[in-house]
Design a protein around this ligand. Structure first.
Ligand SMILES: N[C@@H](CCC(=O)N[C@@H](CS)C(=O)NCC(=O)O)C(=O)O
Length: 270
């Protein structure tokens, strides 16, 4: 072997050293090692595969899809446990917060979509390289969640009492009263959404077509998994045309070879 060190290989050697160090560091400490070169990311994936992983959710893409996409991307085998309406009452008490998605790793169940994605992302080199980059990713994801879950205050009179009530924009999807729906839509669509979506568009533009830190991170899997469902829930089928960068980001993730292969073989659901 040539003992002379080629400078161009240095980042790779540093990556290798960190890789070996990670294998020797106990699991709970290894997640603190974040400062590794970007070309190290791919090689870490095989080091972090986990045994016996299950994703529990309803037979929908919705909130669990980003989790499934990131697992497919990093080559982590998992079982998708589709819970039917009839099964849910017995599953619910056995989840951390009475909600899904849940990821089960070696028999232990964990919840909250953003937390799950953040964990999987960091474990697989899809987080920030520094604490500050992680901060940026987190804040964009929080903003995206605000947008996705945005709503309005609604004043109701119930049994002669005035009640203020926070109604999620997503509930537009379920609103049966057409008149009420029209009023809500007007407020959200004229005042709220244009500004919020413009901001998201700017963020994606500034980050080379990604959500944060100018490269692919776990936040992009969150976006790609949620995007279609968000259009339906917020009743905004024209988002693709209004903001082509949204669709492009979704497609960037869906066209990653392992993700593409997973999507081509996954069962039909919404
Ligand atoms: N904050 C949670 C929200 C999860 C959530 O709202 N889950 C819904 C399905 S999308 C649920 O489990 N609903 C059934 C129930 O609450 O009984 C997350 O981000 O994962």
């Amino acid at each position: 072997m040539n003992q002379k060190r080629d400078k161009s290989n240095s980042p790779r050697l540093v990556g290798l050293a960190v890789y070996i160090a990670r294998l020797c560091i106990p699991e709970e400490l290894s997640s603190t090692v974040v400062d590794y070169p970007s070309d190290f990311e791919v090689s870490t994936r095989s080091a972090v595969t986990m045994d016996n992983v299950k994703v529990l959710y309803f037979p929908l893409k919705a909130m669990a899809e980003g989790i499934r996409l990131i697992l497919a991307y990093v080559g982590q085998d998992f079982e998708y446990v589709r819970i039917s309406e009839e099964e849910w009452p017995t599953v619910k008490p056995n989840t951390p917060f009475g909600q899904v998605p849940v990821i089960e790793i070696n028999g232990k169940r964990h919840a909250q979509t953003s937390s799950i994605l953040r964990y999987l992302g960091k474990k697989n080199g899809l987080g920030g390289k520094t604490l500050e980059e992680d901060f940026e990713i987190d804040q964009v994801v929080d903003f995206f969640n605000d947008l996705r879950l945005s709503g309005y205050w609604n004043v109701l009179e119930l049994n002669s009492c005035i009640v203020t009530n926070f109604v999620r924009a997503a509930s537009l999807h379920y609103e049966k009263d057409e008149k009420k729906k029209a009023v809500l839509k007007e407020e959200l669509y004229n005042n709220y959404f244009p500004e919020m979506f413009e901001r998201l568009n700017d963020i994606i533009t500034r980050n080379n077509g990604y959500m944060a830190v100018g490269k692919l991170t776990w936040a992009d899997f969150m976006f790609a998994g949620m995007y279609d469902r968000m259009k339906v829930m917020l009743a905004m089928p024209d988002l693709d045309e209004k903001y082509p960068k949204f669709k492009k980001l979704e497609q960037t993730v869906l066209n990653l070879p392992k993700v593409k292969e997973y999507c081509a073989n996954q069962p039909e659901y919404n």
